[in-house]
Structures are given as C-alpha cells and as structure tokens.
Design a protein around this ligand. Structure first.
Ligand code: ATP
Length: 215
C-alpha cells in the first residue's frame, strides 16, 4: 500500500479528510456519507469517491464510510500512527514561531532538534527543543535519524545549508526561504513562501470577483 502512486492533488486532500474524520470521531460519529463529507470539506463528492477509490473500496453502498476505519486508514497512510521527528534549521523570527507552534494539532510530528549559528541560543533549550550548533548538524541529523527538516535560515546560506542537508541523508525539506533550492533527486522540497502567499491573496482580491473564478 505504501508504494501506491496516488495523484498529487489527491495526496494534498488527504490531511483535510483526515482532520475532519478526527473531528467526527471525537464527536462520537460512527459513519459518514460522501455527501456529508463533501459539504464539510468543500470537495465535491465525485472527487471524494475517486480519491478514496485509489485506496481500495473503503465505503459501503447505502452505509457510507465507517468513520473510525477511515480515520485509522488515513492515519496510517499519512504516517500519523507513528512519530516523525523534524529538525528546524535556523532559529530566527520565523524559526522561533515554528518552535512555539510545534504543530500541536498533530500528535505525531514534532520538531525535536533545532540548529543555528547564534551563540546566544546554541546550547539552550527553546520551547522544549535543544538548539545545536550548525557545525553539528550533519552528525546530529544522522545520529537522530531525522529525515525531514524545516529550513528557515537566511536566503544567502539556504543553498549551502541544503547541500549539507543532502549529505546528512535528509529526504524532505520544507523550504521557507524565498529561493528555489537545488536538491538531488532523493530529496523532496515543499516551498512555503509566506510573503508570496499574502501577495497572491491581495492580488486576487484586487483582480478577481470573489464569488466567480474561485479556485
Ligand atoms: P526570519 O524571520 O526569516 O527567521 P530573522 O530576521 O529572524 O529572519 P535571519 O537573518 O533570516 O533572521 O536568520 C534566521 C536565523 O538563521 C537566525 O537565528 C540566524 O542566527 C540563523 N543563521 C544565520 N546564518 C546561519 C547559517 N549559516 N546557518 C544556520 N543558521 C544561520
């Protein structure tokens, strides 16, 4: 099942489904129809059924989906049934915010190590997370078998830091720097440019009618 290739668009919707299923489960709901799910997550029900079909026939006709089964299934698929340790590289303003945030909504991924060159914070524990010197990054990532990192270093050092991350065997980088980093094929990059996102939102508000043109 883990080698299954699902379309990226489907993969992106999985956390949305999962979050809502957890909500239903917490509320004591046992089953849900694709129509109900559709209204809640704002994805049309045909798309939901197609998305789910990539994972085998999970629903039963006339019954809908078993909330707990589906939630557990997505939990496994999204690897939420085991803990993923993530490292934070660069503890500036944004890095601090992410350390404080530490992905509370997820029980199963957390920032467990941070790295920086700033002597004032190296060797301290911030929001429960130890801050190591950059000089130990490759060694520590290997030692702690951390494969996912959040990159919040200054733009000027983003590429050289990425090269070190590749050397450490990292598999995924959430890149908060505004540059497109070059990586070997073995690494997947998720770019998150907050400035860009905000600019896009403002541009859309200015140029598009919000009711039409949605999407
Ligand atoms: P941001 O809001 O992007 O976090 P900032 O203004 O707080 O920015 P930056 O100058 O972007 O700070 O630096 C972010 C963090 O990266 C700082 O804590 C800084 O000490 C650290 N840093 C600077 N150079 C390096 C480096 N070569 N390797 C790792 N961390 C670095």
């Amino acid at each position: 099942m883990s080698n299954l290739k699902v379309p990226k668009a489907t993969a992106k919707r999985l956390p949305i489904y999962y979050r809502y299923l957890r909500f239903l489960h917490d509320a004591g709901k046992e089953r849900v129809s694709s129509t109900e799910l559709s209204a809640a997550v704002k994805v049309d029900s045909a798309t939901i059924r197609r998305d789910f079909s990539y994972f085998g026939a999970l629903g039963k006709r006339g019954y809908g989906y078993d909330v707990e089964d589906l939630m557990n299934f997505f939990s496994k698929t999204l690897k939420q049934d085991r803990l993923t340790n993530v490292a934070l590289i660069g503890v500036g303003n944004l890095g601090h915010a992410l350390l404080n945030y530490n992905f509370h909504q997820s029980n199963n991924m957390r920032i467990s190590a941070a790295f920086d060159i700033n002597k004032e914070i190296v060797g301290t524990i911030l929001s429960g997370v130890p801050v190591y010197p950059m000089s130990e990054m490759v060694e520590q990532l290997r030692l702690q078998q951390i494969e996912v990192v959040i990159l919040t270093v200054p733009t000027e050092v983003a590429q050289e830091t990425t090269n070190d991350l590749a050397e450490a065997g990292v598999k995924g980088i959430m890149n908060f720097t505004p540059i497109r980093i070059s990586v070997p094929k073995s690494i997947r990059v998720q770019n998150v440019d907050l400035t860009n996102e905000l600019q896009t939102l403002i541009y859309f508000l200015d140029h598009y009618n919000t009711d039409k043109d949605k999407d």
